[in-house]
Each structure stands twice: as structure tokens, then as C-alpha cells.
Design a protein around this ligand. Sequence first.
Ligand code: GUN
Length: 292
Amino acid sequence: MQLIDGKLISAQIKQEIAQEVLAMKANGETAPHLVAILVGHDGGSETYVASKITDCQEVGFQSSLIRYEDDVTEEELLGTIDRLNRDASITGFIVQLPLPKHIDEQRIIEAIDPNKDVDGFHPINMGRTLIGLPSLVSATPAGILELLKRYKIETSGKHCVVIGRSNIVGKPVAGLMMQKNYPGDATVTVCHSRSKNIAEICRQADILIAAIGQPEFVKADMVKPGAVVIDVGTTRVPSTLTKSGWKLTGDVKFDEVAPKCSFITPVPGGVGPMTRVELLKNTLLAAKMRIN
Ligand code: GUN
């Protein structure tokens, strides 16, 4: 069994990005500028946004944080998005999800200029990704493919089973894995909460991507010997062992599954750091090209 080290790979990619930013600056170009919009005070969102800002600083990007309280109106947010869309000094921006219930998340996502949609959540980017056109690909699926590539894992003709059908991970990663490309060219099955015989389907997987958001959902008896297991889960589970009082738990019961795998991603240190670095890659890409 080989551990897929997302922390190591993401550090390498960060270095590559930092080099490119240095070259841009030496060329007289301005560094990419990423803006994060954060609504409310959800602990997870606060942490994620803080790390995105730190990441920007580490690679030499400019970054800004726009904060709103939970009672912000949809119109106010749409106004800010419109301003950022028009501001040529802003390369890209993200609106951290989830948003409070009174705000229509989809309306917010669709208000973002697809050229600045570095989360890749806009239907134009999702659609272009699905049909294999240049696009800003959402960060977690892009990070998963990058890991498969950097570990030279064969995907052509393999059976890839995705557990989870979210717009952020399940759907786009399934689309990418079936793309005529490397990584890709796989036979893809998507399972979700209404699927029958999930265990049986998972046992057929050469590559198993768990993105269902249920801690330790994938047990050893659901994994074929020699499978590649990618764990996208990041549920905060209460813990007395950590200072913060919680620990990140994946969708895979790691201790019993790992010995059966050819490759497996740990949580933390697998897909998570890749998601962070792919946001930086998208921001760099948005600085260099127009999507539509
Ligand atoms: N919430 C959970 N993951 C993400 C992400 O990748 N981007 C944004 N904007 N919100 C999230």
C-alpha cells in the first residue's frame, strides 16, 4: 500500500505557482488577486477562508477578504459580486458556501462572471468541464485528478466508482473520470444515498472515490484488494485528543481499508491540501485566459 501524499504534492505545486508569480512580476505584470467573500461565522468556513488567504500570501498573490454578517441580504451580496465582476484589478473571487438559508445559493453562483469563477461552480464552467472544453474546474475534482496524475495511476478502462453526487465533487469528478483524456477514460459508476447494493458496487471499483460526507462510511468489505481509494470526506468529529476539540474524519475507515489498497489518500493530508492548491491554480489560470 502506498500513501498518496497530498500535502507533499500540494507543496510542490505551490512552489511551481510561486515561481510563475515571480516570473509574472519580473515581466512587469501584476500578481493575481483573489477575493474571498465570507458570510457569518461558521467555524469550518472561517478556517477554510483563512487558509485560502494564507495560501495566496505564500505564493505571492494579492488577496482580500470581504466579510458579512449572517443577516446580509441577497441584493447586497449580488451588488458586491457585480462590483467584483467589473473590477479589472480582481482576477477571481469565491463566495464561501454554505450561505444562510434566506440566500439563494444558486442565484449567487450564477451571478459570478465565469471568467472570475475560480471555484468553477458556475454552470458555464461546469458545462464546459463536462464537454471537455477549457474551463475553470472546481478545485476538489481537479485536485483528485492531479493526484492520480502525479502518482502515475492508470485510469484508462478502469472501473471508477464515485460515492456521492454533489455539484461540488461527485458530479464533476464523475464527468472528468469519463473524459477522453488522462486521467480519465474510465468506466464510471456514481452511487448515492438512494443507491441499492452500494457495497457490492464499491467492491467492483478499481478506483473508489468516496465523497458522501459520512464519516467512515467505506469499510474494508466494500473495497476490492488492490484498489485505489480516494477519500474526499472532511467531517469534523468531536475529539478529546485534540486542542480544538474536533478532528477531521474521512469517508473511509482508514485503518481497516488501507492494508487492502494499492494507493490511498489519508485524511487529513490527502485531498484537502490539493483542493486548496487547485484554487490557486485556477486563479493563476483566470489571470492568463478568458473562459468565454
Ligand atoms: N464550501 C465547501 N467547499 C467549498 C469550496 O470549495 N468553495 C466554496 N466557495 N465554498 C465551499
